[in-house]
Design a protein around this ligand. Structure first.
Ligand SMILES: *Cc1c(COP(=O)(O)O)cnc(C)c1O
Length: 355
């Protein structure tokens, strides 16, 4: 009797994200090489921007990470065992929360929260973005806080090197470092995410904390570094419609010619947003095929008339080396960050290590 495994290549119809660990490693090396004496503390929030933190965090640890930033304590707890003992700094906190440890440390953004906390921690200070972080004036009046081991400021225009705000915020960082040196005598000070680091970094920062660059998409106008993520979908159905026939929810697409359609096993629940209607493209046989009709939750129909032979079980590139995530993001009116993090739990993740 023959049995058929659901895990045979090509028989699992779920969307497939192929992650190149080698590319992540090269991106880490390239970011470290920008300023070799400055430690790199990768941002691994949102499951490493969708790529899968249980597999990426050990690669980053081995490639020389000095610690990690993450948004929630629960995210850190889930992957702490893969981090080779390195600390996690949790960015999104509320006063009174407990359960932090030597390895999982909160980043406070209010003075009250900081003063009520015992144990190693970070501090976020506002430096012109006006989003989150304690005001410098409030923090600079404190007596010494020896438990704070790092202080972060965040840039609002890191991906836009020509923006005037960058100079103001670099000055705010320098001023904060001077004003807070005695308040936080044991702290390293950091300013740059990927964009800031690719702009050349801040001469006085003690570490950088890149995210998106490691995962191969652009930080604003800067990058991309090596492509690390390829999202593909299986062709579940191929059929023809006549001129005038309409396709999908609310019949948003009308065939203008005899049209061959392929319906892919992916939709807005796993990546491509509905805003790609009339704009998106998917790659089949090396041809960029336009989306035809509304993106459904788990299905996406594309016009493959010009793409040659297509059969059920073929795979289409949704984004990847031949259709960069930043290009698809632009078609959708968004940024690569949003498309990468839209790849969620159901998607199969396949890890390769190219060179
Ligand atoms: C997400 C985040 C980063 C990383 O930004 P990238 O642009 O992805 O490099 C750095 N610092 C903070 C505070 C963040 O929230």
């Amino acid at each position: 009797m023959r049995t058929r495994s659901a895990t045979l290549p090509g028989t699992d119809p779920r969307p497939r994200l192929t992650v190149d660990l080698g590319a992540v490693r090269r991106n880490m090396a390239a970011l470290r090489a920008l300023r070799p004496s400055v430690p790199v503390m990768p941002v691994v929030k949102a499951n490493c921007y969708g790529l899968g933190s249980a597999r990426i965090v050990p690669v980053l640890a081995e490639a020389g990470a000095s610690g990690f930033f993450i948004s929630y304590k629960e995210e850190a707890e889930r992957i702490a065992e893969y981090a080779d003992g390195l600390p996690f700094y949790v960015l999104n906190t509320l006063p009174g929360a407990d359960g932090y440890t030597d390895q999982i440390r909160p980043v406070h953004h209010s003075v009250e929260e900081l003063l009520a906390f015992k144990g190693p921690c970070g501090m976020q200070v506002e430096g012109g973005m006006n989003r989150i972080g304690a005001q410098l004036d409030d923090v600079s009046r404190l007596p010494p806080q020896t438990q704070v081991d790092l202080v972060i400021l965040h840039m609002s225009h890191a991906g836009e090197p020509a923006a005037e705000a960058n100079d103001d915020q670099r000055t705010a960082f320098s001023d904060a470092k001077v004003a807070l040196r005695e308040v936080f005598p044991n702290a390293a000070f950091g300013h740059s995410a990927t964009g800031g680091a690719l702009q050349g970094g801040h001469p006085e920062e003690d570490f950088i904390r890149p995210g998106i660059g490691l995962y191969g998409a652009k930080a604003g106008q800067l990058g991309p570094m090596d492509c690390a993520a390829t999202l593909e979908a299986a062709v579940l159905s191929v059929f023809e419609v006549k001129p005038g026939e309409k396709v999908g929810y609310s019949h948003r697409f009308t065939a203008q010619r005899p049209t061959r359609l392929a319906t892919l096993g992916i939709g807005y629940a796993d990546g491509p947003p509905r805003s790609l209607l009339h704009r998106g493209k998917a790659l089949l046989n090396g041809v960029r095929c336009p989306y035809a009709g509304a993106v459904s939750m788990d299905l996406l129909t594309v016009d493959v008339t010009d793409a040659g032979e297509i059969a059920r079980g073929d795979w289409a590139e949704i984004f990847g080396p031949n259709l960069p995530v930043d290009e698809l993001a632009e078609m959708a009116g968004t940024i690569g960050y949003e498309l990468l993090t839209a790849v969620r739990g159901r998607t199969q993740r396949v890890y390769v290590d190219e060179g």
